[in-house]
Design a protein around this ligand. Sequence first.
Ligand SMILES: Nc1ncnc2c1ncn2[C@@H]1O[C@H](COP(=O)(O)OP(=O)(O)OP(=O)(O)O)[C@@H](O)[C@H]1O
Ligand SMILES: [Mg+2]
Length: 255
Amino acid sequence: MTRYIVVLSGKGGVGKTTTAVNIGASLNDIGQKVVVIDANIITPNVALQLGLPPRPNNNLNGALKQDYSIFDAVSRHSSGLDVIPAGLSIFGAKNGFSGSMRDALSPLEEKYEIVIMDCGIGLWGSDIKTLNAADEVLIVTNPELPALIDSLKALKMAEKMSVPVRGIILNKVTGSSYELKDETVKGILNNYPIIAKIPFDKNVSKSLGARNPIVLNKPNSPAAHAFKRLAGDLVGEKYKTNIFWKTVNKFRGVS
Ligand SMILES: Nc1ncnc2c1ncn2[C@@H]1O[C@H](COP(=O)(O)OP(=O)(O)OP(=O)(O)O)[C@@H](O)[C@H]1O
Ligand SMILES: [Mg+2]
């Protein structure tokens, strides 16, 4: 059965798209049939992060309105990762889709085992429709109070809609003394487990510049290791690395 995983935050800019794209690229790399959907309809940037050409047509918005098949909206990254970009126009985004997102996406189940949806902040409008389509939610946040408080709202929205929250992805972790500790993070976020800690890593921005996910562009960087481990955990496959990188990561404190 196809799994629909929604990546949600509460606050903007915490790393949802980076997470969705890198989990997608990692799963694609280990042979999973995966598609990443840009469901952040108001401020989409999955295609931008991957350097895919803008698509005024053949995008998620048009497919939801049944202007064409959802398969016509699929773009392929050079790595082989399939992506469904959102439309470009904010006015188009508001137009004409009142149905169930899950029903509209269901033809994808013929082809894909995992559907990853990069959501907005998750508190209203199209984000609620996206949340409704989810089998599970990953909450991305940063170890800072404003991000945590906003993600608590997103978490409560998921709870209210009875969508299981798989756990918290703590992104841009520096390990500095003034950063909030894991126990504090869990305390604020209703004791949901922290399922990944992704280090702050300048290779993320470098990879953004290269229009290639960090797991492909800088596969041995600290954040790439953390994303690959997280992706493996999501599908029950232990992330394998050699003894050299195991030792380096231990030294770097990458979990
Ligand atoms: N682990 C990280 N280390 C360093 N920079 C990061 C990391 N994760 C994300 N970033 C940077 O943070 C910025 C925001 O990331 P991203 O676009 O993924 O966030 P977002 O939550 O999807 O934002 P939005 O709410 O606008 O959709 C980008 O410039 C990205 O390169
Ligand atoms: Mg984003």
